[in-house]
Ligand binder design. Structure first.
Ligand code: GLP
Length: 257
């Protein structure tokens, strides 16, 4: 593992190899936490980056390397407004790509719901935040990264002290997201997301990034000055972050300049 600005970096041949290796690291990490205390509290992302990782995790579960009975999951973000049953909702994604395939008790799933009433939103976000705290905080946070440096839906301009809230999705992100929506007129323009402060309060943070399209933002995140224009640079302020990359995503940090 190499280090850059306080951040550990693991580089793998490709997405598949990195996802498989990371699934093992993650399982070891959960088992270590479970040895010390009764439960492990985790927040997980959606998007394309973790798809192979979730599949590898299901495989490790089938091989009996891990049980999720004492693991409590929160999600990182969700579109707003969106129905739980919408195929592009992060709720639907996590149920179908992970939760339906492991021994996770329903009560251990805490997902931001995109169909909450606008007038209850503030209280809802506050209670989501409180629920994490009540459990002793996040043991592990897994992140993807947007090409503009967003983590969760903390878009450029996000404050370091921000907590769970409703945000506007940037035009840059909307352009990328729109490729996944079949009905382009109904793409949500807003989202619910854990805040930067919530993310940085996790004891351990992993960020996954694959492919050449992430190479520039990975370089800027690791080598740039900490600033709100690139929210991912806030990760330099945390003392236990690991980036899990493939060679392509790491290609711009391997060249010295
Ligand atoms: C999305 C989500 C993030 C995700 C990121 C990267 O818009 N808001 O939670 O991590 O962008 O997505 P992907 O992994 O598909 O590149």
């Amino acid at each position: 593992m190499i280090k850059e600005n306080n951040i550990g970096i693991r580089i793998y041949e490709n997405n598949l190899e990195g996802s498989q290796k990371f699934a093992q690291i993650f399982v070891d990490n959960i088992n270590l936490v479970l040895k010390k205390k009764k439960k492990c509290v985790i927040s997980i992302p959606t998007g394309n980056s973790p798809i192979n990782f979730y599949q590898s995790l299901i495989n490790l579960y089938k091989e009996k390397k891990i049980s999720f009975k004492n693991v409590i999951f929160f999600n990182l973000d969700e579109f707003f407004p969106i129905s739980k049953h919408h195929r592009e909702s992060y709720y639907y994604y996590l149920q179908t790509k992970l939760f339906n395939h492991i021994d996770l008790p329903r009560n251990n799933i805490n997902l931001l719901e995109g169909d909450i009433k606008e007038k209850s939103l503030k209280k809802y976000c506050e209670s989501f935040e409180k629920n994490i705290k009540k459990l002793g905080g996040l043991d592990i946070q897994i992140l993807g990264i947007g090409r503009n440096g967003h983590i969760g839906f903390n878009e450029p301009g996000s404050n370091i002290n921000s907590i769970t809230r409703k945000v506007r999705i940037s035009n840059d992100s909307l352009n990328i997201i729109s490729k996944d929506f079949s009905n382009k007129t109904r793409i949500p323009k807003e989202a619910l997301t854990l805040g930067i402060n919530t993310i940085l309060s996790a004891k351990k943070i992993y960020l996954l990034a694959w492919g050449l399209e992430k190479a520039s933002i990975i370089k800027n995140t690791l080598k740039g000055k900490v600033n709100s224009d690139i929210p991912s640079t806030y990760l330099q302020n945390h003392n236990n972050v690991s980036f899990i990359l493939d060679k392509d995503a790491a290609s711009k940090i391997l060249i010295s300049d």
